[in-house]
Design a protein around this ligand. Structure first.
Ligand SMILES: C[S@@+](CC[C@H](N)C(=O)[O-])C[C@H]1O[C@@H](n2cnc3c(N)ncnc32)[C@H](O)[C@@H]1O
Length: 234
């Protein structure tokens, strides 16, 4: 087809704004198992970002109750589980959760998977030691509601950790063979998140830009731009 893909991108009428559930269902549907995905991506999430940076910043996880908002395929939670955490993973994408269930099946005694939206989730209060959301905030439109829910679920003194993607790692328009779409949720500004956390009585512990030494892996974007870690005051 002459210039087929390009003409989809060029014509604004053919670009739909879609939500995270549809986007991540679309991306995940074609994957049979996480182990088949580029091992460079998997190692980047599990080893470098989560084991190396996150766990290094918040300390030992053994026996800690951890909520992973936007657990996706489970690549980040795998590192939490390997470190001994008791994990609840929440996600709006049922196709991503199917992959996560298989990928994390050997940890099922310490893992609960919930299909739902953090902004609508009927959350239990004061149950988690850690609530994290890795590379997910940019896909959530109502950040105040999402962070509010996460903080409510934390015990006093619990830690919330948000790991943010740089805008440059996410393409403006995603393409599949037949469609082009844009994701709702952007922008995700660090200062907005800091101010939300402060209004929720959290003390900022770490705000750190991450210099990525790895190239962005297209089309999904594998970079992390910021760690934002805060503590819920007692
Ligand atoms: C880029 S993936 C990140 C997955 C995993 N945390 C990681 O770093 O590999 C973002 C995930 O957030 C989920 N998500 C987006 N908005 C959400 C919401 N409002 N509630 C729960 N999950 C959401 C998406 O379905 C997707 O699986």
């Amino acid at each position: 087809m002459d210039g087929g893909k390009e003409s989809i991108i060029m014509s604004p009428r053919n670009i739909r704004i879609i939500g995270a559930a549809e986007m991540f269902d679309t991306v995940s549907r074609d994957i049979t198992k996480v182990e088949d995905v580029n091992p460079r991506i998997i190692s980047l999430y599990e080893k470098q970002f989560v084991s190396g940076q996150f766990i290094g910043a918040i300390g030992p996880l053994k026996g800690k109750h951890l909520l992973d908002v936007g657990i996706g395929w489970g690549t980040t939670s795998r590192a939490f589980l390997e470190s001994g955490a008791i994990v609840t993973g929440l996600d709006v994408s049922s196709e991503s959760l199917n992959l996560a269930r298989r990928y994390l099946s050997c940890y099922s005694d310490r893992l609960t998977i919930v299909h739902g939206d953090i902004t609508e989730y009927p959350y239990p209060s004061h149950v988690y030691d850690i609530a994290c959301s890795i590379r997910t905030m940019c896909y959530i439109k109502n950040k105040q509601l999402a962070i509010g829910a996460m903080v409510s679920m934390l015990c006093s003194g619990g830690v919330i950790a948000l790991c943010l993607k740089p805008k440059a790692s996410v393409p403006d328009v995603y393409e599949t063979d037949s469609r082009a779409f844009q994701i709702e949720g952007w922008p995700c500004r660090i200062e907005e998140l800091v101010s939300i956390l402060r209004t929720l009585n959290c003390k900022i512990l770490m705000k750190k830009r991450i210099i990525n030494k790895v190239p962005v892996i297209k089309p999904m974007g594998a970079c992390i731009g910021f760690w934002l870690i805060a503590k819920k005051r007692t």
